[in-house]
Design a protein around this ligand. Sequence first.
Ligand code: NAP
Length: 173
Amino acid sequence: MSICAIVAVDRNWAIGYKGKLLVSLPEDQKQNFKVKTMGHPVIYGRKTLDTFPGGRLLPGRENIILSRNAELSVEGAKVMHSVDEVLKYAASEPDEIFFIIGGAQIYEQFLPFCDTCIVSRIDAEYEADTYFPNLDNLKEWKPIRKEGPIDSVKGVSFEIWTFRRDRRYKNHR
Ligand SMILES: NC(=O)c1ccc[n+]([C@@H]2O[C@H](COP(=O)([O-])OP(=O)(O)OC[C@H]3O[C@@H](n4cnc5c(N)ncnc54)[C@H](OP(=O)(O)O)[C@@H]3O)[C@@H](O)[C@H]2O)c1
């Protein structure tokens, strides 16, 4: 099984502000995020669920939501209550790619178990309160591919970087 984080960051590795995305880039969402995650399980935190329009799940993908609330149930989704529970479930699907799609709490806790990160790097700086770990400063992460720059209708450009965990630094699985 493979665990891959997919994220959009600004120049400072910021990802969100006041519970919302910094900016929503349709080109990134349709041609990158949707294409790569479609058909695969997506794992995200309960606060990220709250950012989805109308609280709707992502279609065509198994939605796995993390919450510590034992009462929470979301129709059409699996609710899990710990990182361990998710990892055990993922281990039962050895041929699957699991995508970690946010937010900050979930990225941080799952990064040690990821082998790949797909990072849309937006060439802009925003006011922010939530961040992705800065992979440029982490020796175990190496960029292996770069797509773009791609101009967005939102007036900014972005590049899609793929980072791989260096084989010398085994992940925690
Ligand atoms: N730029 C991007 O690519 C991107 C992607 C996704 C999200 N975001 C942004 O990130 C921000 C949200 O991030 P966030 O860090 O505040 O929230 P989050 O990671 O989406 O969700 C946090 C929630 O997840 C649950 N949780 C966390 N760790 C858990 C664990 N070990 N076991 C069980 N449940 C656990 C808890 O839910 P309960 O409170 O229910 O217990 C917690 O409140 C928003 O601004 C959003 O727009 C950005």
